[in-house]
Design a protein around this ligand. Structure first.
Ligand code: G1P
Length: 277
């Protein structure tokens, strides 16, 4: 048994992935592979590394491939049993054996905050992690989520992962403001979803890793649509920060924006070179 205080990880995976059309017409964007592994599998591996084994996935129409991926394919296993290809399924098979997966559908696309609220039925009343699979993270020692779980043990509050981005790119991210209370850890005083550079409170951008305390669900349900007419987790977290405390953590490691073609190609090259040692 793991001693992580966080047992569950939520994967919002209902989005359309329009930036990858036509590839994402019939394939979930979370299933696009970096080398031979789909993006969401990297996310699940990161959660497992952080001691989390209960995966909760918020899916939508056209996402069945995710469920099939984290299930046994008897026919396929039978076909390659005893051949030189058998080892190719070992890693995913062991992941399936370690974890449980449950799914719920987001019926309408009303933003990331709404997707997370949809996951409440799978999470219940306990702190949980969130991974956005298109932010793919690499590290040398411990994974981003594991770093955040360690911080959670100390502070027991919601935490967002951040990184510095060029100021002209703030319009792509949630951006925080806050006071650095220890090396790389900020007490959040403000958060803005996708501000224009001239309105951004800093260049500290939120990336797709969160640890959330369960009171966030009630807060999201009271949160009005914000940027883009969508219910934003950034807005809900600002409310939570004002009611208590929310931390931002400048993680150690490298993140690729695999939601964009450029980032996807960069990640592919990076992991390819890494695999060649
Ligand atoms: C979401 C969040 C944003 C965050 C980003 C990280 O935006 O709304 O605050 O910075 O993920 O990837 P999205 O990229 O889904 O538009």
């Amino acid at each position: 048994m793991s001693n992580s205080p966080i047992r569950k990880c939520l994967f919002p995976a209902a989005g359309y992935g329009t930036r990858f059309l036509p590839a994402t017409k019939a394939t979930p964007k979370e299933m696009l592979p970096i080398l031979t592994k789909p993006l969401i599998q990297y996310g699940v591996e990161e959660a497992v590394e952080a001691g989390i084994t209960t995966m909760a996935v918020v899916t939508g129409r056209g996402k069945r491939a995710i469920e099939d991926h984290f299930d046994i394919s008897y026919e396929l296993e039978q076909q390659i049993k005893g051949t030189s290809k058998e080892h190719l399924l070992t890693e995913i098979r062991s992941l399936i054996n370690k974890c449980t997966f449950s799914y719920t559908r987001q019926v309408e696309m009303k933003g990331l905050g709404h997707a997370i609220l949809t996951g409440e039925t799978l999470i219940g009343n306990e702190p949980f992690a969130v991974i956005l699979a298109d932010d793919l993270c690499d590290h040398n020692s411990s994974g981003v989520l594991q770093q955040m779980v360690e911080l959670y043990k100390k502070h027991q509050c919601s935490i967002v992962a951040i990184e510095e981005v060029p100021k002209e790119e703030t319009y792509k991210y949630g951006v925080i403001d806050g006071k650095e209370i220890e090396d790389g850890v900020f007490m959040i005083s403000d958060m803005v979803e996708k501000p224009d550079p001239q309105d951004a409170p800093s260049n500290l951008a939120i990336i797709g890793r969160y640890i959330l305390t369960p009171d966030i669900f009630g807060i999201i349900s009271e949160t009005k649509p914000g940027k883009g007419g969508e219910i934003q987790i950034t807005d809900a977290l600002l409310t939570q920060a004002k009611q208590g405390k929310v931390l931002a953590y400048r993680f150690k490691g490298k993140r690729f924006d695999c939601g964009s073609v450029d980032g996807f190609v960069e990640a592919t090259n990076f992991f390819y070179n890494k695999s060649k040692g």
